[in-house]
Design a protein. Structure first.
Ligand SMILES: [Zn+2]
Length: 96
C-alpha cells in the first residue's frame, strides 16, 4: 500500500482505503504490539490468506485478532471486516 495524503491506496488492487480504515491501519502500526483485544464472536472465522500491513508477513488468525509472527502486532478482526465488506480489489480483471 502507498500512503496517499490522508488515506492509503493499494496500487495493484486499485483500492483506496476509507479515511476510517486509514486511521485504523495507522493505529495498527503504532499500537499493534500492545493491542488490548476483546473476543466478540469466538466461533466466527474469516479464513483466507491475510498479510501484515506493516511487514507483509502472513497473519495467523486467532480468536481475538490476526497475529503477525514477524513484527508481533495484532490486527483487529474488525479491520479485516472493513476490508472485506467495503474495499473491493481489482483482481484477475474483476472487482472482488
Ligand atoms: Zn508484521
Amino acid at each position: 500500500m502507498a500512503e496517499d495524503g490522508e488515506i492509503f491506496t493499494c496500487v495493484k488492487g486499485r483500492m483506496p482505503t476509507s479515511i476510517d480504515l486509514a486511521r485504523r491501519l495507522r493505529e495498527y502500526e503504532e499500537k499493534g504490539r500492545n493491542a488490548v483485544l476483546s473476543v466478540s464472536n469466538r466461533s466466527f472465522r474469516f479464513g483466507g490468506l491475510w498479510f501484515c500491513p506493516c511487514c507483509a508477513s502472513r497473519l495467523e488468525e486467532q480468536e481475538a485478532s490476526f497475529f503477525c509472527n514477524q513484527c508481533g502486532r495484532h490486527l483487529e478482526r474488525k479491520i479485516i471486516y472493513f476490508l472485506v465488506e467495503f474495499h473491493p480489489h481489482w483482481t484477475n480483471n474483476a472487482w472482488r
